[in-house]
Ligand binder design. Structure first.
Ligand SMILES: NC(=O)c1ccc[n+]([C@@H]2O[C@H](COP(=O)([O-])OP(=O)(O)OC[C@H]3O[C@@H](n4cnc5c(N)ncnc54)[C@H](O)[C@@H]3O)[C@@H](O)[C@H]2O)c1
Length: 254
């Protein structure tokens, strides 16, 4: 089977949202045979996702973890190593957005959005790297956004675009540091995905307007994003690093 993840151990952040991309990523990784550690601010959501993955026949754990709290991250990494002995895959998926223009953006808005998206990616990556370096193997997949590449204009504000763009640059720079040790760092940059991140703001009419300019004329499903993550997390993607896969229906083409 191509892209088998059997026996791999994965951590996925922000995977407690019931209609979210993180949950789909967990199920896709589990479907390929990986044992998965599910993290989220919402412990009940994390537990639900972990239970759904366990039903696919893999081992799972669920932890409440805020990706901007270094102590909580260290605890998750420690417990994962205790239970599974290694961390092969990290998916930095946790993210938040906010539709606000720069003139109305407070410093606190900026810090919150940049911290969860960008600093969380840095902190979690740093925490798993010693274990990956020890084994000489690792796959880190970060969640960027089409907003990083087209300068927003989709939903989030400039702080969100900056953070998601920073994730791409961070990944490229880190790739150079750790690629000689068998560790790859890549990103997935989704366009509009049908999840609750926009707080269910859109009615059907708004959705039609939002998708009118997308060549595929629809939002992505979380499963379509998860498939790209799964590929980048596989052995077969071992010669791809510092890159991103766009899953945006053609709304931005490089
Ligand atoms: N939905 C889209 O259209 C879209 C497009 C491009 C990129 N993305 C990115 O995909 C990722 C997942 O988004 P989604 O649409 O599934 O969102 P979602 O809101 O459905 O899920 C996000 C999850 O992250 C968790 N979370 C938030 N802050 C956290 C923190 N500090 N620590 C740990 N967990 C935290 C939330 O509890 C939630 O379960 C995000 O990084 C988002 O920016 C989404």
């Amino acid at each position: 089977m191509l892209f088998s993840l059997k026996g791999r151990t994965a951590i996925v952040t922000g995977a407690g949202s019931r209609r979210g991309i993180g949950r789909s990523i967990v199920l896709a990784l589990a479907g390929q045979g990986a044992n998965v550690v599910v993290c989220d601010l919402d412990p009940d959501g994390a537990k639900e996702t972990a239970a759904a993955a366990a039903a696919l026949g893999v081992k799972t754990e669920a932890y409440k973890c805020n990706v901007v709290n270094e102590q909580e991250i260290k605890e998750v990494v420690g417990k994962t190593l205790e239970k599974f002995g290694k961390i092969d895959i990290l998916v930095n998926n946790a993210g938040i957005t906010q539709p606000v223009k720069v003139l109305s953006m407070s410093e606190a808005d900026w810090d919150r959005i940049v911290d969860v998206n960008l600093k969380g990616t840095f902190l979690f990556s740093k925490a798993v790297l010693p274990a990956m370096l020890e084994k000489g193997y690792g796959r880190i997949v970060n969640m960027s956004s089409v907003s990083a590449k087209r300068g927003g204009g989709v939903f989030g504000g400039a702080h969100y675009s900056a953070a998601k763009s920073g994730i791409l640059a961070f990944g490229k720079a880190l790739s150079r540091e750790v690629a000689p040790n068998g560790i790859t760092i890549n990103a997935v940059a989704p366009g509009l995905v049908a999840t609750d991140i926009r707080g269910g703001l859109e009615d059907e009419e708004t959705q039609v307007k939002m998708t009118a300019d997308i060549p595929c004329r629809r939002m992505a499903t979380p499963e379509e994003v998860a498939a790209a993550v799964c590929f980048l997390a596989s052995d077969e993607a071992g010669y791809i690093t510092g890159e991103e896969i766009d899953v945006n229906g053609g709304s931005h083409m490089d």
